[in-house]
Ligand binder design. Structure first.
Ligand code: WTA
Length: 657
């Protein structure tokens, strides 16, 4: 990194000074014409044919969006198969030798699958699943880490019209059992185990424990050998490679699926309560993710693209597997962790694979910042053309760090807001069209109608916090919305009134919107703090804190009300710092919040901590922090990646109060 880049950062451009995409990017962008917004608007919903037409249809759809009473169905009348769209058509188009999945395993293992090789193995596994009795519409649960057999199994299910339900490999036996019970899933694909940071995790024994808790029998379980520790197979258990060998060179005719047939089921990453199953469609979902992978991630078939999410979450489904493969690009898949064996692992992989487009989460970016720029500086990252983030609000300082130290100031950054429920991206800038505002996701995508409204459902005026709703259907909407089951209901007090809308989905997120229509997502509605009758987004306060020099991460929750004489909540801030910084930042933090948000929002209690409690997908677990703050019983901490921090926090709070 050139030294003058660093000094530019020190000079602190105003928090949200807009950044324009460089001309060199715009010239080559898949979408570079700003008229696209108007075109989509004037021609809604037919505009979405642009997404549908990225796919190959077995029979053409008759209507882009059909309406039957309250029911809305995308690409009605169309039939297609997702595995054909992700595999066969690329093979037939003369790209059989193009690499589809480029996998890097723990230590130095790598595997590459060309589109032809991937199609072969998908068909062999599809034939195997059929032999085991899987029929169209049977739910197959996939409980595997980031190994190629996971996307292979997903596509094999898609080929025979069996919805998959991927359960994050790090989840416990209980979590697996809850999901298999809820989906009534009788088929399981798992592995013997895998290494995490050099230590073996015995996946199969977790799966065995889950089986004991099922309300039904498992008809068949397939076990991929990953550890190779000689895990014995019991009744109705089959070795993956034996099955594949038995079906060598099998061809399996793809099952044509209606556009509104289920492609897969996924449970929300939900940090509270019972997991909710979300079912996605074949036609609408696949169109939505292919289109956004093309227009937002700017993916081209000749690219090497890397999304560092886990396939266990929606981000991996949409933007490691379905979107990129539908476009025929090379999708990098990484099994390991970003700091093992060294903290430059991610940058090493980008250099080694000459990655063009990189998509990751703010929590990862903040970790990279904490580790320091010396790690990316060791590597040549000049292959990168575009960067993306998803999963949480990104504070402007982390945004600028990513832009400068990873993108060398030359790659646009797309901050993409969406959810498990939306299937694909909804709010973000188009990188070849609009300027970016660090910290703000951007306008809704063309054809998407997202609004920030107040408690009565009215659009709010500039920069006040409100509720983020989507008030028109979008192709990636889940089946429950297609079928109009309970998405329109006001579910809780403190939610906006949705009565004035014809059709509306409430995201349960809070946000603000500026004079240019850029939406800044503040986080879940539950993350608003009421201080003396004023509502503040915890994310706004956190942004002010993390923008303080020396701070790397912060989480803000409301404290016990009675301790505050004003009859309103106290603001608790949990702050972790970079090496060499600590308690002395207290005043800076208070000042930053007072200036950037409001003196009312300044934290009453600041707890410095080396780490914050995080879910296994890397999200800060605010529910846990709120319980720690209130001194409540913490319940089950097994969903945490780092349960040990809870005890540390409890004692740190005691010394602060
Ligand atoms: C949050 C992940 C701010 C938000 C795709 C949402 C974001 C939840 C952003 C969904 C973003 C996602 N800016 N917040 N760019 N992207 N979120 O279901 O609170 O795992 O509701 O889907 O993540 O998380 P989920």
């Amino acid at each position: 990194m050139a030294p003058d880049h660093e000094s530019q950062l020190e000079n602190h451009p105003p928090a949200s000074a807009p950044v324009s995409p460089p001309a060199s990017f715009v010239e080559q962008a898949n979408v570079a014409d700003e008229d696209i917004y108007e075109e989509f608007e004037e021609n809604w919903p037919e505009c979405w044919a642009r997404a549908g037409d990225l796919l190959d249809w077995e029979s053409d759809y008759e209507q882009v969006l059909a309406r039957d009473g309250e029911t809305r169905r995308w690409f009605e009348g169309g039939q297609l198969n997702a595995s054909v769209n992700c595999l066969d058509r690329h093979v037939e188009a003369g790209r059989k030798n193009k690499v589809a999945i480029k996998w890097s395993g723990r230590q130095n293992g790598t595997r590459s699958y060309t589109y032809l090789a991937l199609k072969r193995e998908v068909e062999e596994f599809a034939a195997s699943l059929r032999e085991l009795g899987v029929e169209e519409d049977d739910v197959v649960t996939l409980y595997m880490p980031m190994i190629p057999e996971l996307p292979i199994a997903m596509l094999a299910c898609a080929r025979i019209g069996a919805p998959h339900s991927v359960v994050f490999a790090g989840f416990s036996a209980d979590a697996l059992a809850t999901r298999m019970n809820s989906a009534d899933s009788e088929y399981l694909v798992t592995c013997d185990g895998y290494y995490r940071r050099g230590t073996p995790v015995h996946q199969k024994s977790k799966a065995d424990n889950a089986r004991l808790k099922l309300d039904h029998d498992v008809a068949a379980a397939v076990v991929v050998e990953r550890l190779g520790d000689g895990t014995p197979l019991g009744d109705s258990e089959y070795d993956y490679s034996d099955l594949i060998a038995r079906h060598r060179n099998a061809t399996v005719e793809p099952v044509p699926r209606d556009a509104n047939d289920e492609l897969f089921l996924i449970y929300t990453s939900g940090t509270t309560g019972e997991p909710t199953g979300v079912r996605h469609t074949t036609g609408g979902y696949l169109s939505h993710v292919a289109w956004t992978a093309q227009s937002v991630l700017d993916i081209k078939p000749e690219d090497t693209y890397w999304c560092s999410a886990d396939i266990g979450w929606i981000t991996g489904h949409s933007y490691i597997v379905y979107g990129p493969l539908a476009l025929g690009t090379t999708s990098v898949m990484y099994e390991g962790t970003p700091d093992y064996p060294e903290k430059d692992r991610v940058w090493e992989l980008i250099e080694r694979n000459a990655v063009d487009v990189f998509y990751t989460a703010p929590t990862a970016i903040r970790a990279f910042m904490k580790w320091g720029e010396e790690y990316p500086e060791k590597h040549d990252l000049s292959s990168l053309r575009l960067l993306g983030t998803v999963g949480e609000p990104i504070n402007p300082r982390a945004w600028r760090w990513y832009h400068e130290h990873i993108g060398n100031g030359e790659c646009p950054v797309v901050d993409t807001w969406w959810q498990t429920e939306t299937g694909g991206m909804m709010v973000t800038t188009l990188p070849g069209v609009a300027e970016m505002k660090p910290g703000s996701a951007g306008p809704p995508l063309p054809g998407v109608s997202a609004k920030v409204v107040d408690g009565t459902g009215e659009p709010i005026s500039s920069n006040e916090a409100g509720y983020l709703v989507v008030d028109r259907p979008w192709p990636g909407m889940p089946l429950s919305m297609v079928e109009n089951e309970g998405w329109f209901v006001e579910r809780n007090e403190g939610y906006p009134s949705l009565e004035g809308f014809d059709w509306v989905y409430f995201s349960e997120d809070a946000g603000t919107v500026d004079e240019n229509g850029y939406i800044t997502v503040l986080g879940r509605v539950d993350d608003l703090i009421d201080v003396s009758g004023h509502l503040f987004g915890t994310a706004d306060i956190e942004t002010a804190i993390t923008d303080t020099e020396g701070v790397t991460e912060a989480a803000v929750v409301s404290g016990p009300e009675e301790s505050d004489g004003r009859g309103a909540a106290t603001v608790y801030a949990y702050v972790s710092t970079a090496e060499g910084y600590g308690e002395e930042l207290r005043e800076d933090v208070i000042e930053a919040v007072s200036e950037q948000v409001s003196p009312l929002a300044a934290p009453d209690i600041i707890v410095f901590t080396p780490d914050l409690p995080k879910t296994r997908s890397g999200k800060i677990m605010r529910r846990m922090l709120a319980s720690v703050t209130r001194g409540d019983d913490l319940g089950d901490t097994s969903a945490l990646r780092n349960p040990e921090v809870v005890g540390e926090l409890e004692s740190a709070i005691d010394s602060e109060r």
